[in-house]
Design a protein around this ligand. Structure first.
Ligand SMILES: [Fe+2]
Ligand SMILES: [Fe+2]
Length: 290
């Protein structure tokens, strides 16, 4: 049966992508699909887009392609153009080459596998790139997302947390993130999918984890100037890489609740209250309850 590899959320991390490319040499998939967020939240957007585009792998857009294009078109609120917390976004938008920007403009919202019928890939949910499907959702909620598509296998990404669940009507898979996982596992993550041999049989789903040289991407943060010029946001993204857990969004919410702009000087205080990797639900409950 055909083997389909789906990788997503590379987030400007070439060392992680290269490790997955090497792993694919061993897996030998019949088709590779890419689920968006090649850019954003990392310093090597241009290089990642080139490596994917030159292979001709069919790719959809994520919310981070949309953000960077919006930025390049200047369709952003005025403070995004000078506020410190947006300096990383400005840096990434200007890092993106013109040819690479034109390429991501062409990316569709969703694609189906050509090697095997019955697989639909979206970035977030079948309706939006900005909301995600994760392990916290009930079977009923997953079923509602699956019911939005014609296929019996819904494949998504965006939450950076891998998931595979069989439910009535089919299967839902989140392939996780190549470049910036949030599930506490620092390895690059993607999925290999094979249809069942008989009609109606479930897909075989393999969630793969590939070790890579994480010190190299941390050095690239320094060498490219992303860390120095990307302000508080680049610092928080580096912490996400180190912990394989969300830090940026919890910090932004914490700053918002305190009525303060996100500032680099506050990161230390924040890390006394929030342990990267701790469950976000209770943290937000504490935050909004206080
Ligand atoms: Fe992402
Ligand atoms: Fe995303």
């Amino acid at each position: 049966m055909p083997k389909i590899a789906v990788l997503s959320d590379i987030h400007g991390n070439v060392p992680a992508l290269e490790a997955v490319l090497e792993d694919l040499e061993a897996v030998q998939p019949d088709e590779v699909l890419v689920g968006g967020d090649l850019v954003g939240r990392g310093p090597q957007g241009t290089a990642v887009v080139r490596r994917i585009a030159e292979r001709g792998w069919r790719t959809i857009r994520g919310n981070h392609e949309e953000y960077l294009l919006t930025f390049r078109h200047g369709n952003v609120p005025a403070d995004w153009l000078h506020a410190a917390e947006w300096s990383a976004a400005r840096w990434m938008a200007s890092e993106l080459g013109a040819a690479e920007a034109r390429w991501i403009e062409t990316l569709p919202f969703s694609i189906a596998s050509e090697a095997a019928p019955g697989l639909r890939l979206v970035h977030g949910t079948p309706r939006t790139t900005r909301e995600g499907i994760g392990p916290w959702l009930s079977d009923r909620r997953l079923g509602e997302h699956l019911a939005e598509v014609e296929e019996s296998l819904l494949v998504c990404a965006h939450t950076h947390r891998p998931l595979h669940r069989r439910i009535d009507g089919g299967q839902v898979v989140n392939v996780g993130s190549v470049g910036l996982p949030f599930n506490g596992d620092r390895r690059a993550q993607y999925a290999v999918l094979e249809p069942g041999e008989r009609p109606g049989e479930a897909w075989r789903v393999e969630l793969r984890q590939v070790p890579y040289d994480r010190e190299r991407i941390l050095r690239i943060y320094d060498e490219t100037g992303f860390l120095a010029e990307g302000g508080v946001t680049a610092r928080l993204l580096r912490l996400e890489l180190e912990h394989a857990a969300p830090v940026l969004v919890p910090f932004l919410k914490w700053s918002e609740v305190r009525g303060r702009r996100p500032e680099e000087a506050e990161v230390g205080t924040f890390l006394e209250l929030y342990e990267p990797g701790e469950p976000l639900g209770p943290f937000f409950a504490r935050l909004f309850g206080s």
